[in-house]
Design a protein. Structure first.
Length: 277
């Protein structure tokens, strides 16, 4: 496959990095939104799998992540993520206006993708969510949560560790070690990111019935980084006729990087192929 990368100017003048993987023959295009603290480069294998089926992949590094600009783990407003994604989508569509286009989001990227589809899904052929952050069980003292909200107003860009355990991303030790040693992976989140993130979760659940395109919600059954019940809640709120929920029992958070990753990847590709017409 041919690989390309580039950048564009996102909301507020922040430079956003992107990359793509293009097979020789292209039947459809997939736009990938990565999760918290990671970057688009971690989806090279998914892109290769999609490429075998003549599906091109485009992925951006969200602001504050990977090779994009912005303070690590910080966002002034969740709408900035959505604006960047919209700009990226429009650029992709300029190149492949006649081809079906699918939006794929993992974890925080799943939240971004779902929230985007609720307001801007027209023209997309489908939305695919992988262990999306549709509900997170925040295990923190009330005083800490209150301080987080206070700092969001007074010191919005103050960052701290996200306290996520990398051992919970996959049962594959190689994946975990590569994640830990990846220089483009970080564990920072800002006070403003936290309040915007939690507010977006409530909004995405409330507006699930605004989605009008086919939806595939895939959730890892043994996920301890997002609450699996969020996928069920979201699916229950969908009113689109073509909506499906698939739970991968025994899988950790990153289903596309799990020991049996071929199962969810194949399931996703089959779903995409059913929606090419």
């Amino acid at each position: 496959m041919k690989e390309e990368d580039g950048s564009f100017i996102g909301a507020g003048g922040v430079e956003i990095f992107w990359r793509c993987w293009l097979p020789d023959t292209i039947r459809a295009v997939c736009i990938i939104c990565h999760g918290l603290g990671e970057h688009s480069g971690r989806y090279a294998q998914v892109a290769a799998d999609l490429g075998v089926k003549d599906l091109a992949s485009f992925a951006l590094d969200h602001r504050g992540h990977g090779r994009s600009g912005g303070k690590r783990g910080h966002v002034n407003s969740f709408s900035e993520f959505l604006s960047d994604l919209d700009t990226f989508r429009r650029q992709v569509e300029e190149r492949f206006a006649e081809l079906p286009r699918f939006l794929i989001g993992h974890s925080m990227g799943g939240l971004i993708a779902a929230r985007y589809a609720e307001g801007h899904g027209t023209g997309l052929s489908g939305l695919i969510l992988s262990s999306a952050a549709l509900r997170v069980d925040v295990d923190a003292p009330a005083i800490k949560l209150a301080l987080g909200r206070l700092f969001s107003k007074l010191l919005p860009s103050l960052t701290m560790s996200n306290e996520l355990d990398p051992n919970l991303i996959s049962r594959d030790r190689k994946v975990v070690e590569e994640y830990i040693n990846d220089p483009l992976v970080h564990d920072r989140v800002s006070a403003r990111w936290f309040t915007e993130f939690t507010a977006a979760i409530e909004e995405v659940q409330e507006h699930a019935n605004d989605i009008s395109i086919p939806v595939l919600v895939m959730q890892s059954g043994d996920d301890e980084l997002v609450a699996p019940r969020g996928a069920q809640e979201f699916s229950d709120r969908l009113t689109v006729e073509d909506g499906a929920l698939k739970v991968w029992e025994g899988f950790y958070h990153e289903m596309f990087n799990e020991v049996e990753r071929d199962k969810p990847v194949s399931f996703m590709i089959e779903w995409i192929e059913k929606h090419l017409d």
